[in-house]
Design a protein around this ligand. Structure first.
Ligand code: NAD
Length: 351
């Protein structure tokens, strides 16, 4: 039996996470996969009830599950210096180093480009993220009111393991190409180390081609000709920006799922934030959270040797393809008129 945590998060998280759970339950039921679902408090509600956006009890409970689904956290709803930011803390606590973000276009969904099928891997435990790179305090400081200083950390281990994860994914795909995105000529030591580790890993995967593209050039090419990319691996801050750009190329944030994975734990989490502008209206697109849940099934299926979870993931994929192709129950961002709940119901019914 798989144990999966359910963390709603804030704003539209309260609407899209239940749709993902609904679809995952339908798929699990169809293939006879037993799942012990464990709801756990985080975010603003946890702040109100437990005095903390990430209560210690939640972290302990997450140690005992196979993976979890997590809604977005509405950071701007919290005090500026709230020390209880959820995502960096969870990534560090569970060593979730690779944020895996597929970007895929659909023929009948309005998008800047068609025939796009990219998997981004963004390193998320080091880099420029100020509260991730130090054990205490933050990696940013202001010695006087005229100067602010930030820190970037790249380690051989961090670069090597995310590059390895990228090559392993590329090996399962037909084009077998990894694009490493950096800016080595300028950031010679930090981007240089990242590039060196990508090349080292590439030598162990002779069946996968490595190309290297500078981040500014890449961001232009991604807009003009995204079809040329297969698997893309990059450092934390570049990846933060490029994965949103990738989502924009295929139709927007509603279509951008993700899985934050380490060697032992995984968290299904969409690229989008808590979208306070549309929260509470039942109009958010549940696609990204549903497909993040699908990725969690795939990951747990592989890691825990549970073929039924992999089968359940395939059912979700097929059902989503059907719902999108039929275009009867799509949310407004995809050009439809359906509510969040109606789209979730349609995917569950298609399973
Ligand atoms: P956002 O991603 O929440 O929203 C950007 C735009 O995309 C908005 O117009 C929103 O309505 C739209 N959008 C996002 N998700 C959508 C969906 N599923 N369906 C339809 N439209 C969708 O970004 P933001 O407004 O910059 O940030 C809002 C809050 O989310 C902030 O507090 C930010 O810190 C937080 N945030 C959290 C995470 C996370 O926890 N993973 C990630 C990014 C931002």
């Amino acid at each position: 039996m798989l144990k999966i945590g359910i963390l709603l998060g804030d704003d539209i998280g309260l609407e899209v996470v239940p749709e993902a759970v609904k679809v995952m339950k339908a798929a699990a039921g169809k293939v006879g996969l037993e799942v012990d679902w464990r709801p756990l408090p985080i975010g603003r509600k946890a702040h109100e009830t437990h005095g903390h956006t990430l209560p210690p009890g939640t972290v302990e409970a997450l140690q005992k599950v196979d993976g979890w689904l997590q809604g977005p956290i509405g950071h701007t709803a919290y005090p500026r210096n709230d020390p209880t930011w959820v995502n960096p803390q969870l990534r560090r606590e569970f060593d979730l180093y690779a944020s895996i973000k597929p970007v895929k276009s659909y023929p009948n969904v309005k998008s800047v480009h068609k025939d796009v099928d990219i998997v981004f891997l963004r390193e998320v435990t080091e880099g420029m993220q100020s509260n991730t790179v130090v054990a205490a305090g933050t990696g940013e400081f202001r010695p006087n009111d005229e100067i602010s200083i930030g820190m970037r950390v790249i380690t051989r281990r961090g670069a090597n393991r995310v590059a390895r994860a990228a090559f392993e994914i590329a090996r399962t795909r037909s084009r077998r190409k990894v694009t490493a995105v950096h800016k080595e000529p300028v950031y010679r030591l930090c981007c240089g180390m990242f590039a060196e580790e990508c090349r080292k890993v590439a030598a162990e995967f002779p069946d996968v081609r490595l190309e290297e593209v500078l981040v500014d050039t890449f961001s232009m090419k991604l807009v003009m000709n995204p079809q040329q990319y297969d698997v893309v691996v990059t450092t934390n801050q570049f990846g933060d920006i490029l994965t949103d750009e990738g989502a924009g190329v295929v139709g927007g944030l509603g279509l951008a799922p993700g899985l934050c994975a380490g060697d032992h734990h995984a968290m299904a989490q969409a690229t989008h934030g808590s979208a306070p502008d549309i929260a509470g209206k039942n109009i958010a697109n549940p696609y990204a959270l549903i497909m993040s849940g699908k990725m969690l099934f795939e990951w747990t299926g592989r890691k825990r040797n549970e073929p039924k979870a992999i089968e359940a993931a395939k059912r979700i994929d097929a059902a989503m393809d059907k719902v999108i192709a039929e275009a009867k129950y799509l949310t407004a961002d995809l050009g439809g008129k359906a509510s969040t709940t109606q789209m979730g119901d349609a995917v569950a019914a298609a399973i």
